[in-house]
Design a protein around this ligand. Structure first.
Ligand SMILES: [Zn+2]
Length: 185
C-alpha cells in the first residue's frame, strides 16, 4: 500500500478528523492546522508522502469536505431554532453522522478504483443510495453496500434491544461519540 493510500484510508475512517490523524501527532513536523482542520489534509498528505498529492487524492478531498459541510449544516439544523429536545437532536445528528461516514466510504472506493485504473472518473449519474445519496446502487437495491450493512447492523441491534426486558440504556454506537468531538469533526 502506498503512503498516500494509507493516509487516504485513515482520512475516511468513521471518526472526527483529528482522530483520524492522531498517529501523526507528536513532534512538530505537522502543523496544528494540518492535524486538526480537514481543510489542510492535502498539505498533511504532501508532507507524509513527500510528493504532490495525486489527482485522485485531490478529488477525494474535495468530495469528503463537501460531504462534511453537508453534515455540519444538518447538525446545525438539528438544533432547530432553539428548544429541540436532546434525544431528538442526538437522533438527527447520529443519522447525519452515519450518512457522512457512508459517503466517505463511497468516495474512498472511487479513490481506490482510480488508483487501480489510473483514471479519475466522474461519478456517472445513476440511481443513488437512498441513505448516503452518494454511492451508486446496483440492480434494484435501495442502499449501497456500506449503508445496507450498517442498516442491517442497526436492525439487529434494535431487535436485540427489544428482546431484552432490561431498562438498561444501550448506546447506538460501538464507541460513543462525544458531542465535543462531533462538533470538531
Ligand atoms: Zn449508501
Amino acid at each position: 500500500m502506498s503512503g498516500e493510500e494509507y493516509l487516504a484510508r485513515k482520512y475516511c475512517q468513521p471518526k472526527p478528523y483529528w482522530h483520524c490523524l492522531r498517529e501523526l501527532t507528536g513532534g512538530n513536523y505537522y502543523s496544528f492546522k494540518e492535524l486538526n482542520y480537514p481543510e489542510y489534509w492535502l498539505d498533511a498528505l504532501g508532507k507524509y508522502t513527500q510528493q504532490e498529492p495525486s489527482a485522485a487524492a485531490k478529488q477525494l478531498h474535495q468530495r469528503v469536505e463537501a460531504a462534511r459541510a453537508e453534515f455540519r449544516a444538518k447538525q446545525d439544523r438539528a438544533w432547530g431554532a432553539g428548544g429541540v429536545d436532546r434525544a431528538t437532536f442526538e437522533k438527527k445528528e447520529l443519522a447525519a453522522w452515519n450518512t457522512f461516514n457512508a459517503q466517505k466510504q463511497a468516495y474512498l472506493k472511487d479513490y481506490l478504483r482510480a488508483l487501480e485504473t489510473g483514471t479519475v472518473v466522474r461519478r456517472r449519474t445513476g440511481r443513488k443510495c437512498k441513505q448516503c445519496n452518494a454511492a451508486k446502487v446496483v440492480g434494484r437495491a435501495k442502499y449501497c453496500e456500506v449503508c445496507a450493512k450498517q442498516r442491517h447492523r442497526e436492525a439487529v441491534r434494535t431487535s436485540k434491544k427489544k428482546q431484552r426486558q432490561s431498562s438498561r440504556v444501550i448506546t447506538l454506537l460501538p464507541e460513543p461519540i462525544q458531542p465535543e468531538a462531533l462538533a470538531a469533526a
